[in-house]
Design a binder for this molecule. Structure first.
Ligand SMILES: Nc1ncnc2c1ncn2[C@@H]1O[C@H](COP(=O)(O)OP(=O)(O)O)[C@@H](O)[C@H]1O
Ligand SMILES: [Mg+2]
Length: 330
């Protein structure tokens, strides 16, 4: 039975610290870890659509990989439907692999170029033990779901014979063919021509709503997140800066980083390009993040306390915010 209010996913202080560099880099004084995800706590309810927003390198893909158990947490824990992903094994892990799906950024990387579309879509069915006689119907249904009209014409084609937009729909069809409950879409339109983005996003929204999917939509682009998600989580250098209803963040961002992201998108729309961030490009080296608040060296409001104390995520109206400005206000 589907209960709209119980959490599907509980992320408790999750960490993903990558070991990097060898002895040479240690000698140069570089710490041997990148804290790609560093103490993230998020609760996601069934059927919720959550945008993960932030500049390149802030840990969005790493977070997605943890959620799909393509990586294991190096600290903290992630529960899916009450069960810890760290301990999933054997048949339970296999079941999780069909309940939760990843839609990758570049459709051309996500498929085997030597597989026809039929083979591409048969693979997950075969892995799940669906008999050959039932596969074609499921493949056609999945292609119809992503609104590829006359789906039969695609079955014997190869990826290079499709446009980027068509192939991204095939990638979506493959993610949906086993009827997952949870989908992580990692910048699914960033490699596509601007003119076809809205079409692919509409399919994503439509399918998500029709199937009642719980979805995480990863993007560096607030306009796209706004188009797709009711809730937005703003990340910066592996940490959550702000978490709340998308429209509230768009109309009144609280965290200085969220303010900068919003200021860069004057009229949010998926077809529009936008100005650079008013705080300047280039996040600091994630191996040497600033002390205290990781955003402080780009923050126009930083004060003494920001250098010495890590701000905790706390409730501020409809939002949660990790910023000392809001500690002060309370
Ligand atoms: N396999 C890896 N090994 C080492 N560092 C990595 C690895 N994958 C990602 N990183 C680093 O982790 C940080 C977060 O990366 P990523 O999650 O890809 O961010 P985003 O998706 O927001 O661009 C970056 O500094 C990146 O260089
Ligand atoms: Mg990424």
């Amino acid at each position: 039975m589907i209960d709209q209010f119980t959490p599907l996913i509980e992320i408790n202080a999750a960490q993903l610290h990558y070991r990097v560099g060898g002895a040479m880099s240690a000698l140069r004084g570089n710490p041997p870890v990148v804290k790609a995800v560093d103490g993230v706590s998020i609760v996601i309810r069934r059927g919720e659509s959550v945008g993960l927003l932030g500049e390149s390198g802030c840990g969005k893909t790493s977070m997605g990989r943890l959620l799909l158990k393509l990586e294991d947490v190096t600290g903290g824990d992630i529960l899916f439907d009450g069960q810890s992903l760290s301990t999933l094994k054997g048949a339970d892990l296999k079941r999780y692999r069909s309940r939760a799906q990843f839609i990758f950024q570049n459709p051309f990387d996500a498929v085997n170029p030597r597989f026809t579309i039929r083979q591409t879509l048969s693979e997950p069915l075969e892995n799940a033990g669906i008999p050959p006689s039932q596969r074609q119907d499921k493949i056609i249904a999945a292609l119809e779901l992503v609104r590829l009209s006359e789906p039969l014409q695609y079955l014997d084609r190869y990826p290079h014979q499709l446009s980027g937009g068509q192939l991204q729909r095939v990638v979506m069809a493959r993610a949906l063919i086993l009827q997952p409950e949870f989908v992580v879409a990692d910048e699914p339109v960033s490699m596509l021509d601007v003119s076809v983005r809205a079409g692919v996003l509409n399919v994503f929204r439509d399918v998500r709503d029709r199937l009642g999917l719980t979805a995480i939509y990863i993007s560096h682009d607030l306009a796209l997140v706004r188009y797709v998600c009711e809730r937005t989580i703003v990340m910066y250098l592996g940490k959550v800066m702000e978490d709340g209803p998308t429209e509230d963040i768009v109309h009144e961002p609280l965290h200085p980083y969220a303010k900068a992201l919003v200021a860069a998108v004057p009229v949010p729309h998926p077809d529009q390009s936008h100005d650079p961030l008013p705080i300047g490009r280039g996040a600091p080296d994630p191996r040497n993040p600033p002390s205290g608040c990781v955003f402080r060296d780009r923050c126009p409001y930083a004060f003494d306390r920001c250098a010495v104390e890590i701000p905790q995520l706390q409730q501020a109206g409809t939002r949660k915010v990790a910023c000392h400005l809001f500690d002060e206000a309370n």
